[in-house]
Design a protein around this ligand. Structure first.
Ligand code: URA
Length: 245
């Protein structure tokens, strides 16, 4: 396949994904909790004829987690040891979104527990955030892609309702996307990461910053300066002290 052909296939696939994202958001019904607060995060759903979408739109975090445990919506479920739903508390200041579980995460069912996770903890600590108290952390896809390959468009699409509902329930003050997959998916934007980073975007009404994936920075330490700039954006928005050595 020629390079041009590849580019056009991939941009069509991404457009299809974003169409699915829009459709999923349409299906998600407002929750009674959100109605009480009268702060709709996403567009109010009307004709809710997609049973699964409607159900997910009404789930609390515990039911959503059980749904993910039994999910067989895409082929990633076939090889997983454990799905990785996410961890943290509703109301966490910052929601961190990665790409998908790696080997350690698949073994333990917990997000970012490998080397990239340790490095991420150091990033968070540099802006006075602790994973336990301040962060909700999850991934775009909840099951490990075999051999850590990139998730396919249909796998991302199958998992998106879970992520969208998690954001609705957590209601973070800010979202931090790690790497190209999380950034392009959440921002519905095909631009390269280097063009998306360095500024505060909005996911609906939620300020959203993107940066490189910690695993990429471990491979290419030249990216550290940009990551620090992005973390300072988060710190400034959340009014956090910078801890420099
Ligand atoms: N990389 C990710 O994107 N997510 C994890 O949970 C672990 C590594």
């Amino acid at each position: 396949m020629s390079r041009n052909k590849k580019m056009s296939v991939s941009s069509e696939a991404l457009s299809a994904l974003w169409q699915i994202l829009d459709d999923v958001e349409q299906y998600l019904a407002p929750t009674s909790e959100r109605e009480r607060e009268q702060v709709p995060l996403f567009s109010d759903a009307e004709a809710l004829d997609a049973d699964q979408g409607q159900a997910i739109g009404q789930m609390d975090l515990a039911s959503l987690a059980s749904q993910v445990v039994s999910c067989t919506s895409c082929v990633l479920s076939e090889k997983r040891a454990h799905p990785v739903f996410g961890s943290g508390e509703p109301g966490a200041k910052l929601m961190v979104v990665g790409e998908g579980p790696g080997e350690m995460e698949d073994r333990t069912g917990k997000p970012f527990v490998g080397k990239a996770g340790e490095y991420l903890d150091a990033w968070l600590s540099a802006i006075s955030l602790s994973r336990i108290h301040d962060i909700y952390i999850t991934n775009v896809v909840k099951c490990r892609p075999p051999h850590n390959r990139d998730p396919e468009i249909q796998e991302v699409a199958a998992c998106l309702p879970y992520l969208i509902r998690q954001i609705e329930l957590i209601r973070p003050q800010m979202i931090l996307c790690l790497g190209r997959y999380a950034s392009q998916t959440i921002l519905e934007n095909q631009k390269p990461l280097r063009d998306l980073r360095g500024t505060v975007h909005r996911y609906h009404d939620i300020p959203t910053v993107v940066t490189y994936h910690p695993a990429a920075v471990l491979r290419n330490t030249g990216l550290r300066k940009e990551v620090w700039e992005d973390l300072k954006l988060v710190a400034s928005y959340l009014d956090l002290a910078l801890k420099t050595r």
